[in-house]
Design a protein around this ligand. Sequence first.
Ligand SMILES: NC(=O)c1ccc[n+]([C@@H]2O[C@H](COP(=O)([O-])OP(=O)(O)OC[C@H]3O[C@@H](n4cnc5c(N)ncnc54)[C@H](OP(=O)(O)O)[C@@H]3O)[C@@H](O)[C@H]2O)c1
Length: 318
Amino acid sequence: MKWGIMGPGNIVRRVSRSFAVADGPEMFAIASRSEERAKAAAEAYHTQRWYGSYEELVRDPDVEAVYVATPASLHCEHACLALEHGKPVLCEKPFAVTEAEAKRMADCARANDVFLMEAMWTRFIPSILKARQWVDEGRIGKVVMIQADMGFYGSKEPPVAPSQPVPSVGGMLDIGVYTLSFASYMLHKMPLEVKAFGSFNPFGVDNQGVAILRYDQGELVSMQTAGQAETANEAWIYGTDGKIHVPKWFWCAQKAVLHPRDGESEVFEHRTAAEGFEFELLEVERCIRAGLKESPNMPLDESIDIIRNINRIRCDWH
Ligand SMILES: NC(=O)c1ccc[n+]([C@@H]2O[C@H](COP(=O)([O-])OP(=O)(O)OC[C@H]3O[C@@H](n4cnc5c(N)ncnc54)[C@H](OP(=O)(O)O)[C@@H]3O)[C@@H](O)[C@H]2O)c1
């Protein structure tokens, strides 16, 4: 399928490697707010077309799907621009900054009868799918606790003022969505209650956070995000009859291990030639070809729920 890329930034550099290895998706056109950057990106990624505005990209009749890779505070505007031009959209995570924006995006997709999906690539990684299959098959009994963390060393330089409005940044929104989405994927539901603490840099941006979530049958999820320290970056799913370990870097892990309460451990491993973004690209193409308007593995209502709940967590400390 011929893809149009909106916003040639950091993530596009990484996702371009997945386009290169995936059989089907093609980086066909790229758009920037600047002609110069669009042209440079087209040369770097060997796209057939480039545009100095996002409007021109969505008006290209040959573009079959749009990948919105701009900062989170602009996802709503840019996804809706593409949807209103009838283009199916894969929109980077976090899906939106606020629940209202997330709803507007879903409404826009539905009103225009066009496909839209949050680029929560973790949900399409084979080892994560295997872990979910083990959970759904009851291989670890009833899930009672989940633990997941995501943390990276920050710069040794003093923090600089964020270039984006504060609500669009911060660890809990930017990377907390991975841990919350992972829990939601495994439990098939959203928390009843949240309790959270965050610590902030001098610009009021949360650079670390811890949250505990409680679900309707007493399940507990503990999640951590860190922007100044590298954490284990693992996920554990604990059940009454065993546990599942998704090792470092859990959101794109190439391995998952089932440890039953009784019996031998089972290891699932897979190899990818790129980072793993190719699986979400293929899912989008599969859905579009099947005439689906959303992915059953990352439905729009769940993306909205995740943004609502990540903001509940953020509200707990604001
Ligand atoms: N899935 C993952 O693993 C992963 C990893 C990193 C980031 N992300 C997500 O990908 C999205 C983009 O992140 P990124 O790190 O690639 O961002 P970035 O490099 O800071 O920005 C991406 C592009 O957005 C465009 N843009 C449009 N309006 C802008 C504005 N007002 N200010 C700044 N840039 C603007 C810029 O391109 P032009 O100005 O040239 O048009 C820029 O190159 C975010 O939602 C982020 O959370 C996902």
